[in-house]
Design a binder for this molecule. Structure first.
Ligand code: ASP
Ligand code: MG
Length: 417
């Protein structure tokens, strides 16, 4: 049993969908579960218009854009598109009907956003069925979660038993299902956090005891840096689980951060491969020990550095630190780097205005708070002295943090790359 995951870019148009079917077709005869994300930038579009709707804005144009985008793909793929177009209309009606300003925003978000995955898997499975038999399943019937909308936590025992049941009944043709979505015990749809389809693939793989997971991407594998930023970046042929997990922690967006843990626990290898050229070896993430791992450079933009200073020039005590951490934890804000000095404590976080401004307000009641936005966090794992020198020579460094394996700098944006 294998699990494949195709992200938005791999199903962004009709040509891409045809390619997906070709790749699925290569594993004929073996049981396969295929997890698919929403097409192209659909999730961003849905996210934008839910936000606008809640603020009382007009969304008719956005809904039309969503419909036309999918309609164009359907018309290109099917010589007889009527049935699929009817389904598209049904989904669009469902979106319209679920828009209700009286329900909690996060809950509404999940009910609407999830339609992107339902729509894409519907199109991909109907098109695959014109080539060979497939089975579409609703991931919400298998992935059970709590009610933390937008960041739902998986109920592993319930999920495991449902997915194992699926396996016991026999998988005799490829199964196509959605990434990113689940169902809470009150029956509502939930989502697992943006870009969470990789995690869905890992959940299915873990519960199915799969032999491997393959994430199909537009890059040739896990790379030493984002090739759009550093064109000289190369592919890691293999990586230990731990290394890959740490990369995601530092902001490498190639794999969703929650993906590695369930796979490492079950010792299931994860392949990251290129959907344009499946013959390329890609990267294998598994239990291995490597003598030397080349440096990995991760850029994280849109960072904010917050410094809390005691107003009376006294030292920052453990007591005050505990207040700062409690405030961060209550606001569900993750620290990317932190540093303290005698009279101040500084931390760097992703700048999401709606979360960070209230946080700064809360801290300002107790401290003198200073902050800088529009920063870039550069992390180099397994650095070399030469690389350190190169980055240290760049202008605009606000903070440096060095350990034996990792160095991080916070730059004013545009100076770091
Ligand atoms: N479609 C969702 C998103 O863009 C999930 C995913 O792509 O993994 O966040
Ligand atoms: Mg996506």
């Amino acid at each position: 049993m294998k699990v494949y995951k195709f992200g938005g870019a791999s199903v962004k148009d009709a040509h891409a969908v045809r390619n997906v079917v070709k790749i699925i077709g290569m594993v004929k005869g073996e049981p396969l579960v295929v997890v698919v994300s929403a097409m192209g930038k659909t999730t961003n579009l849905l996210e934008k218009f839910v936000g606008r709707f809640v603020l009382g804005g007009h969304i008719a144009e956005d809904i039309q854009r969503l419909k036309l985008y999918h309609e164009e793909i359907i018309r290109d793929l099917f010589s007889e598109p009527t049935e699929v177009l009817t389904k598209l209309n049904d989904v669009v009606d469902m979106i319209k009907n679920s828009l209700d300003r009286n329900i909690d925003y996060d809950q509404l978000y999940d009910q609407v956003i999830s339609q992107g995955e339902l729509l894409s898997t519907l199109i991909v499975s109907k098109y695959t069925a014109t080539h060979f038999p497939v089975r579409w399943i609703d991931a919400r019937e298998y992935i059970s979660t709590n009610q933390s909308f937008r960041e739902a936590k998986v109920d592993w025992p319930a999920t495991r038993s449902k997915i194992q049941n699926l396996k016991q009944k026999g998988i005799n043709c490829p199964i196509i299902t959605q990434g990113f979505i689940g169902r809470a015990n009150n029956g509502m749809t939930t989502t697992l956090g943006r870009e969470g389809s990789d995690y869905s693939a890992a959940i299915f793989a873990s519960c199915l005891d799969a032999e491997s997971v393959t994430i199909w991407k537009d890059v040739p594998g896990v790379m030493t840096a984002d090739p759009k930023r550093l064109p000289g970046a190369t592919v890691f042929p293999e990586l230990p689980y731990q290394e890959a997990a740490e990369m995601t922690f530092y902001g490498a967006s190639v794999i969703h951060p929650k993906t590695i843990q369930p796979l490492a626990n079950a010792d299931i290898p994860l392949y990251v491969k290129n959907f344009d050229d499946p013959s390329l070896p890609g990267t294998k993430i598994h239990a291995c020990q490597l003598d030397e791992i080349p440096p990995l450079i991760v850029f994280k933009d849109n960072q904010c550095l917050v410094s809390c200073k005691m107003p009376d020039y006294s030292f920052v005590s453990e007591n005050q630190l505990s207040v700062i951490f409690k405030t961060l934890s209550d606001a569900e804000v993750k620290i990317n780097v932190m540093q303290n000095s005698a009279i101040s404590f500084s931390f760097c976080v992703d700048y999401r205005e709606n979360k960070i401004q209230p946080l700064i307000e809360a801290l300002s009641k107790l401290f003198e708070v200073y902050y800088n936005t529009n920063l870039t966090l550069v992390t180099i794992k397994n650095y070399t002295p030469e690389l350190c020198d190169e980055y240290r020579a760049k202008p605009g460094i606000l903070l440096e943090q060095l350990s034996r394996s990792t160095v991080q700098w916070l730059f004013r944006s545009a100076s770091g790359s």
